[in-house]
Design a binder for this molecule. Structure first.
Ligand code: CUA
Length: 344
């Protein structure tokens, strides 16, 4: 009885208190639903075996225990063909049921919908420790927030830019490893309801593995179209010429904003109303309701002041230490980026 609270606590811990946005136990799309069904099937079979075996063992222990007055050795039995066939046959059948269901689902969810005309195609590239999303049909590249329309198949091609990571959105589906070029994996997901779903890296990849998060934002088809239009609009550059020069030489050498900049770091177009800065600093303007957020500008300043303190091992040079940016420059850039928003 004392174990009950422990197990209930563990259950909540493992299910992250049943939050819809990140729990594999509260599926929000067909892939996660199928995976959850598989879990239920496996748990039902395993629990039945446990209960029946322990029941029989308890019965035998009680029924054939030594009673007062028992002096003789009980009858010794050795070998019983019928029993042996039963206890080999039943597990074999159970394992077969599990194997068939599992293999079916593994193939169904690894199904390649890349050529499906109705699917939205997204190329996922994982980096230490962030996520890049490229929509080849729209020529759009973004990072950290994966925007998708609801009730549409999203077909993925996944690869990594460095070490092996794994793409996982617990309440929608996954996990699928991201390997190096030449071994590209495919997967698909579908979200039934609008919402923001947490994505995680599910393969130990370095000191900030646990912080390698992203968000899947499922929106209406109309909002999705609006987002595509919005992200392609030119972005107003920094007005102050000195700050613009610092931004161009120090930031845009790796990051892109609008049609300016490079592809090394996360694309920053629309960071002003993303769910997070750097995947983990929650933005006030995001819709990640369970946790309070901070203004984007504050998060950007915190990040730029010491990226290693927030995500140890990440590859961004420290703006202060390595690039020599002043507090005023950091604040100015944070102010500017916080206003690079997308309306959709
Ligand atoms: Cu990337 Cu763990």
């Amino acid at each position: 009885k004392r174990l009950v609270p422990l197990f209930v606590g563990l259950m909540f811990l493992l299910s992250a208190c049943g939050r819809e946005d990140l729990s594999a136990l509260r599926p929000q799309g067909p892939v996660a639903q199928g995976q959850f069904d598989l879990m239920k099937l496996a748990i039902t079979i395993m629990l039945s075996v446990l209960v029946i075996v322990f029941g029989i063992a308890a019965y035998v222990l009680i029924k054939f225990r030594r009673k007062p007055g028992d002096k003789e050795m009980p009858k010794q039995v050795e070998g019983n063909h019928l029993l042996e066939i039963i206890w080999t046959g039943i597990p074999l059948i159970l394992v077969l049921i599990l194997a068939i269901a599992t293999v079916q689902k593994v193939f169904a969810y690894g199904e390649n919908y890349w050529e499906d005309k109705d699917a939205i195609r997204v190329k996922v590239t994982s980096h230490l420790f962030w996520w890049e999303f490229h929509y080849p049909d729209y020529d759009i590249t973004t990072a950290q927030d994966l925007i998708i329309p609801t009730n549409k198949k999203i077909a993925f091609q996944l690869k990594t830019a460095d070490v092996i990571h794994s793409f996982w959105v617990p309440s929608l589906g996954g996990k699928t490893d991201t390997n190096t070029e030449g071994t590209i994996n495919t997967a698909w997901l579908e979200a039934e309801k609008e919402g923001v779903y947490l994505g995680k890296c599910a393969e130990l990849c370095g000191p900030s593995h646990a912080l390698m998060e992203f968000k899947v934002k499922a929106v209406s088809e109309e909002a999705f179209e609006n987002w595509i239009t919005a992200i392609k609009q030119p972005v107003e550059p920094i007005q102050d010429p000195a700050l613009a020069e610092v931004f161009k030489t120090q930031c845009l050498s790796c990051h892109a904003v609008g049609d300016q900049g490079g592809p090394m770091g996360p694309n920053l177009t629309g960071i002003g109303n993303r769910e997070t800065v750097a995947g983990i600093l929650i933005n006030e303007e995001g819709s990640n309701k369970p946790f309070p957020g901070k203004p984007v500008k504050d998060n950007l300043i915190e990040w730029m002041n010491d990226p290693q303190a927030i995500k140890p091992g990440n590859l961004m040079p420290s703006p202060k230490e390595d690039l020599g940016l002043t507090d005023e420059e950091i604040e100015g850039i944070a102010e500017y980026l916080a206003n690079v928003k997308l309306q959709y």
